[in-house]
Design a protein around this ligand. Structure first.
Ligand code: SF4
Length: 211
């Protein structure tokens, strides 16, 4: 089976296995909060962000108050997420950027999203998929690990992985691929102890990098 055929089959199997696969960040359907939550989710889990973000939105309920908030107070609130200094700078910088450049609207184009402080390709793809319904390959830690193990890429560079996956996963399946592979990575193909014997992808998986 060619890699592109395997990729399509992987999406089919995982979408049946995880019919509820979706973005897990809770942002109350306020677009800028999704953007800022995704920035805060670097190097931690969506669940951790969901525990912390309500206090941030309560203290600073709009972009103006958040952009102008005392930095130490923002750092104190998001401290549990790790990298709290850099993340505080990014979310306040992003809030100020949105106010100055778009009146608070979250842009749709990749180029515009990448101009926002703290926004990289992963965050841009989350936003494009979740807010704008556009096809997006979201290369987070799970998609990165599983794409390698499944033999869909030989790279560990997220931008290169995204390019490799673009050749294999059709646009209509990209967001579903990202979310369902993410779910599988949290539940079965974990970083430390993948449960290959119980894995629905076992017959399709070369288990690259595993002994
Ligand atoms: S067979 Fe093993 S390595 Fe491959 S996707 Fe399943 S759990 Fe991961």
């Amino acid at each position: 089976m060619r890699a592109s055929e395997r990729a399509v089959e992987i999406v089919r199997i995982l979408s049946e296995e995880y019919p509820g696969a979706r973005c897990m960040l809770e942002y109350g359907k306020v677009p800028y909060r999704l953007l800022l939550s995704t920035i805060m989710s670097a190097q931690t889990t969506d669940e951790a962000v969901n525990r912390v973000s309500p206090a941030l939105w309560e203290a600073y309920p709009d972009l103006v108050s958040l952009a102008g908030a005392p930095r130490p107070e923002v750092e104190r609130i998001i401290h549990p997420l790790g990298f709290f200094r850099a993340k505080s700078a990014s979310i306040q910088g992003a809030a100020a950027w949105l106010l100055e450049n778009t009146g608070g609207r979250v842009p749709e184009s990749f180029d515009d999203l990448l101009r926002i402080p703290g926004v990289g390709r992963k965050t841009a793809n989350v936003v494009r998929a979740e807010l704008h319904g556009l096809p997006a390959l979201i290369v987070d830690t799970h998609v990165k690990r599983l794409s390698f193990r499944l033999g869909l890429t030989a790279s560990d560079d997220p931008a290169r992985i995204e390019t490799d996956l673009e050749k294999l996963v059709p646009p209509r399946s990209r967001t579903l691929f990202s979310h369902s592979v993410g779910f599988h990575g949290r539940r079965v193909c974990t970083a430390r102890k993948p449960s290959c014997a119980a894995c629905v992808l076992a017959s399709l998986c070369p288990r690259k990098g595993l002994a």
